[in-house]
Design a protein around this ligand. Structure first.
Ligand code: F6P
Length: 323
């Protein structure tokens, strides 16, 4: 192998730059040329590659986002789009591709590998919903950002004995919300994996006041049956009967834009280094992830075919600890 390319795709995640840096420097150490692909699969289709040297990835390990840019590419979801991308890879003399991203990105990587192109995926998404890695790049930093917000809201909530709702990202997965609720000491948590009864939630918040708490914090995952908007609407309509107001904060993309903490810098670095080793070994079509604390590979076919499950035992723990 002489020349490889690396791209980032889908939602950016803090720690992606650490992974890019490790791919570039370990690839160069193998005597390869390393190209960066701009704007995810869109750039792959248009052949937007540029050479990456060691200095190009200097000073990026501490930066959030991705120096390569990212995109969600509807064209790459079509067979024609993927064939265009494949011909660009061949035209540019690229012999291996590393794809840093989450579910949609790894589904794309799988499709490329089905076209017999050597691809290795790196598990990266703040949602932590990717099969093949217990934790993905960006989760830890995003969680810490959510916690900072919850801690601050608790201060003002306690001063005025108020109830607050904090909505966190996660697409259809409740991992971020559940972990933020446990680590932030929230009184209630709403996740997509469980049906929600807003009356029961209101009762939980009321019970927190009755137990003498000065605040009531509810963490809501954006993909829940009742998201921030739905829950806020319910509380507004029933405010008189429920006896208290609900203030709403949606963290949204704020959660994604932070500078990576040590965990994500190290995870990105380890994944990046492992990905070039994997390409060199000739066994591609796999995702690099962390399983039981160890860097491990999972066939992309398994990654796309299986849904990662959430440990719902932790939901019981969250309820118990809210007392
Ligand atoms: O997958 C990462 C994520 O941040 C999700 O949590 C969120 O639902 C989605 O991306 C938002 O996507 P976009 O940045 O395209 O609005």
């Amino acid at each position: 192998m002489k020349r490889i390319a690396v791209l980032t795709s889908g939602g950016d995640a803090p720690g992606m730059n650490a992974a890019i840096r490790a791919v570039v420097r370990t690839g160069l150490a193998k005597g390869w040329e390393v190209l960066g692909g701009r704007q995810g699969y869109s750039g792959l289709i248009s052949g937007d590659f540029f050479p990456l040297g060691s200095r190009n990835v200097g000073g990026i390990i501490q930066r959030g986002g991705t120096i390569l840019g990212s995109a969600r590419s509807p064209e790459f979801e079509t067979h024609e789009g993927r064939l265009k991308a494949l011909s660009q890879l061949h035209r540019n003399g690229i012999e291996g591709l590393i794809v840093i991203g989450g579910n949609g990105s790894q589904a794309g990587a799988y499709e490329l590998s089905q076209l017999r192109f050597p691809v290795v995926g790196i598990a990266s998404t703040i949602d932590n919903d990717l099969q093949g890695s217990d934790i993905t790049i960006g989760v830890d930093t995003a969680l810490n950002i959510a916690l900072e917000a919850i801690d601050r809201l608790k201060v003002t909530a306690s001063s005025l004995h108020r109830a607050f709702l904090v909505e966190v990202m996660g697409r259809k997965c409740g991992y971020l919300a559940l972990m933020a609720a446990i680590a932030g000491g929230a009184e209630a948590v709403i996740i997509p994996e469980i049906e929600t009864d807003p009356e029961a939630v209101a009762a939980e918040l009321r019970a927190a006041y009755d137990r003498g708490k000065p605040h009531a914090i509810m963490v809501v995952a954006e993909g829940s049956q009742y998201d921030a908007e739905g829950m806020a609407h319910y509380f507004e309509v029933h405010q008189k009967r429920l006896g208290f107001e609900l203030r709403v904060t949606r963290l949204g993309h704020v959660q994604r834009g932070g500078a990576p903490g040590s965990f994500d810098r190290l995870l990105g670095t380890r994944f990046g280094a492992a990905s070039t080793e994997q390409l060199a070994s000739g066994e591609h079509g796999v995702l690099i992830g962390l399983l039981k604390g160890v860097i491990a590979t999972t066939p992309l076919a398994d990654v796309v075919a299986n849904k990662k499950s959430l440990d719902l035992g932790l939901l019981e723990l969250a309820h118990l600890l809210a007392h």
